[in-house]
Design a protein around this ligand. Structure first.
Ligand SMILES: Nc1ncnc2c1ncn2[C@@H]1O[C@H](COP(=O)(O)OP(=O)(O)O)[C@@H](O)[C@H]1O
Ligand SMILES: [Mg+2]
Length: 376
């Protein structure tokens, strides 16, 4: 009743979850099904590293939530267990979107402490990492995860050039590169400078979206580990899988399971119903949006908010309120427009405006309220 807040809640030690941790973002699953061909190709490319040679470079492409990060993480763990002669490092380029910060992560992995945040030139940073590699006679395998962010910042060619040419400047340095792109509209190799193209001939590995039966398989495994027995029925799991298949992003399904579980607990229920799933979907369907927003800078967020308030406006008109808020010039403004467009957060489409030439109209790619809620 109203005066007993405990009533109608599961007590603290009761839960539908056996292990809620398996629904967290950085959980690396024990089993990794339906990616055999991809894992085989990656193993083939990386195998030389275990023998002390430079591995083949690889380019992994595929939409979000198709297991790219997980695949490389699992492989790197295995390589690390096989051989102490190899140093593996996955750099998240959504967070480290410049050549300098990529190499700062490399420095950190090499020396176990962060480089000074200023006052050290790129050349020096790079030199210290490369010299240490040669001195230790180790092979370095770097995965540039979500490398598309380096392209959006025009940093990809420089970063790759330094990595791929390391052995010329520092004889004996053995570096392999894995680039991972989640942007289906980006063809990384063709976007690189010709000086980089001439030394970058990666093995191509593609991660397609999982089909619905595959999603069911993968999520069933997660349900078995994450929930107590009989909490999630087959019907409910099928519903989760079909909602997940709409975007093809497995993250939606995993988030959906967790939120549906929390909804069930909120109702003091020991089973998850389809209604719990439907309610959870209102939030989970925006997993991709939230992830994209989390990587944006202050000014990028500011522009998105301005566009939300001037949805469909011409680029020239939208600039005025943006400039008032940030004081940034038109060139920087256009760059940010391009980035938001490439991220799929907005649609920037050229349209003729009555004889005055062509201009871009800027509109949100997501529901306005959903964007504004998440920008707060
Ligand atoms: N084959 C699979 N088996 C189990 N879990 C998977 C599989 N593929 C992806 N996942 C899970 O789906 C989520 C998204 O995978 P991730 O590797 O981050 O995708 P991507 O890097 O392609 O965006 C992660 O939580 C991951 O654990
Ligand atoms: Mg990833």
């Amino acid at each position: 009743m109203a005066d007993d807040p405990e009533e109608g809640m599961l007590s603290w030690d009761e839960s539908v979850f056996r292990n809620e941790h398996v629904f967290e973002i950085d959980y690396v699953p024990e089993t990794f099904e339906h990616r055999d061909t991809q894992v085989k190709s990656l193993t083939y490319a990386l195998r030389p590293a275990v023998r002390g040679s430079r591995p083949l470079n690889v380019m992994i492409r595929g939409p979000p939530g198709t297991g790219k990060t997980t695949a490389i993480q699992k492989l790197f763990d295995e390589v690390g267990a096989q051989s102490r002669e190899v140093r593996t490092l996955r750099v998240n380029c959504q967070v480290n979107s410049t050549r300098y910060s990529v190499f700062s992560r490399l420095f950190e992995a090499t020396f176990d402490y962060e480089p000074p945040s200023s006052g050290i030139s790129f050349k020096k940073l790079f030199g210290q990492v490369a010299e240490k590699l040669v001195e230790e006679d180790r092979v370095l395998v770097v995965a540039l995860d979500d490398v598309n962010y380096l392209f959006y910042e025009n940093e990809a060619s420089d970063a790759l050039y330094s990595l791929l040419r390391a052995h010329e400047e520092y004889p004996g340095a053995k570096v392999g590169v894995v680039v991972i792109s989640s942007d289906p509209t980006l063809d990384p190799v063709s976007e690189l400078d010709s000086r980089v193209q001439s030394v970058f001939r990666p093995e191509d590995v593609y991660f397609p979206v999982y089909d619905e039966p595959e999603i069911v398989d993968i999520l069933r495994e997660r349900v078995d580990r994450g929930f107590h027995d009989d909490v999630v029925s087959t019907t409910v799991l099928d519903r989760v899988a079909s909602l997940t298949a709409e975007s093809g992003d497995l993250r939606v399904g995993i988030d959906l399971l967790r939120r549906a579980g929390l909804n069930a607990e909120m109702r003091a229920s020991r089973v998850v119903t389809e209604e719990d799933v439907e309610n959870a979907y209102e939030t989970s369907k925006y997993v991709h949006l939230s992830r994209s927003l989390s990587g944006l800078s202050e000014n990028e967020r500011a522009l998105l908010a301005v566009i939300a308030h001037h949805d469909g406006g011409q680029a020239g008109e939208v600039y005025t309120p943006f400039e008032e808020e940030t004081g940034l010039g038109y060139t920087r403004y256009s760059e940010i427009v391009n980035k938001l467009d490439q991220l799929g957060l907005i649609d920037a489409e050229y349209a003729d405006i009555d004889g005055r030439g062509r201009s871009r109209s800027l509109s949100l790619a997501y529901d306005r309220e959903a964007v504004l809620d998440r920008l707060e």
